[in-house]
Ligand binder design. Structure first.
Ligand SMILES: [Fe+2]
Length: 282
């Protein structure tokens, strides 16, 4: 029977003694679902699974979803190849700033599953920060500002208004649609969301997609948002995963932010990502 081993005080757990190539029984399914609710990120080592087994795992947490703006693999429209080739030294890295995936959608992904295939000998780690712990420990003066307030999100990397300079854009192996005026549309989500399965509250603001707080201009919001991000990404609330080929990691996109390190020039890194959706944030 699978066992859960926590990785830090606030976030992350490794699921040991499990084989994801098998169909999981209800006891194992319940165990890993409740581990995700409790720890927000769960990791499995040495799982040599394929795309269809990855999708079976993904379905334990919600409906398999497809995302706009990023082209999926040719083999399977539900799967994205997160790939940086060894020679792509000048490219940025996909997800190379703290964020919650696609928070600018009306119904952003509830979470994602990553499966590691080619991993550099050193580097390429991913960090996650618990936004439940960040909210619980948020200084009162910031709590007061964001309580009952929305965050306003825009698909900045894919739009026109906030598009990053071409020289800094991630390019290369991940094919993205850019310059879409529809991505400039403002979408509101509560700055503090309640997680449907656990009832816990989490900060839901991030530096890639949140442009301002509701009822404030971009300029008025900035000091508050910067203070919140500095707090919300404190190492105390973080875990750092050093990938090995065969690893599978599932994360709750509402309960955490994540960050992909870009410290592996000269090495290829390939992971396959699937996404699951549930109800919109509340
Ligand atoms: Fe991401």
């Amino acid at each position: 029977m699978a066992r859960i081993r926590r990785l830090t005080g606030y976030i992350g757990a490794e699921v040991e003694d499990i084989d994801l190539r098998r169909e999981l029984g209800s006891a194992e399914s319940n165990l890993i679902q409740s581990a995700l609710n409790e720890y927000h990120v769960i990791a499995f080592r040495k799982q040599l699974i394929d795309s269809s087994q990855q999708k079976s795992l993904t379905k334990l947490f919600g409906d398999v979803g497809r995302l706009p703006y990023v082209r999926p693999t040719e083999e399977d429209p539900d799967v994205i190849a997160v790939l940086k080739e060894a020679q792509e030294n000048q490219a940025g890295v996909f997800g190379g700033e703290w964020h919650s995936d696609f928070s600018f959608l009306e119904n952003p992904p509830a979470g994602s599953v990553l499966r590691a295939v080619d991993i550099p000998p050193v580097g390429g780690d991913t960090l996650w920060a618990s936004q439940v712990a960040a909210f619980e420990n948020l200084p009162l003066e910031l709590k007061t500002v964001i309580e009952n307030r929305n965050g306003i999100h825009v698909g900045k990397p894919y739009g026109v208004k906030f598009a990053p300079p071409v020289s800094t854009q991630v390019n290369g192996s991940i094919k993205m649609v850019r310059g879409d005026p529809a991505a400039d549309r403002e979408v509101s989500h509560p700055a503090v969301v309640t997680l449907p399965k656990s009832g816990k509250k989490a900060l839901f603001l991030n530096p890639i997609y949140t442009v301002r707080l509701g009822g404030m201009t971009v300029e008025e919001s900035q000091p508050y948002l910067q203070a919140i991000y500095q707090h919300a990404t404190k190492p105390d609330f973080c875990m750092r995963w050093h990938w090995q080929s065969g690893d599978v990691v599932v994360w709750d996109n509402r309960a955490s932010m994540h960050y992909a390190t870009n410290d592996y020039n000269g090495f290829r890194r390939l992971l396959y990502r699937t996404t699951y959706v549930n109800e919109a944030p509340v």
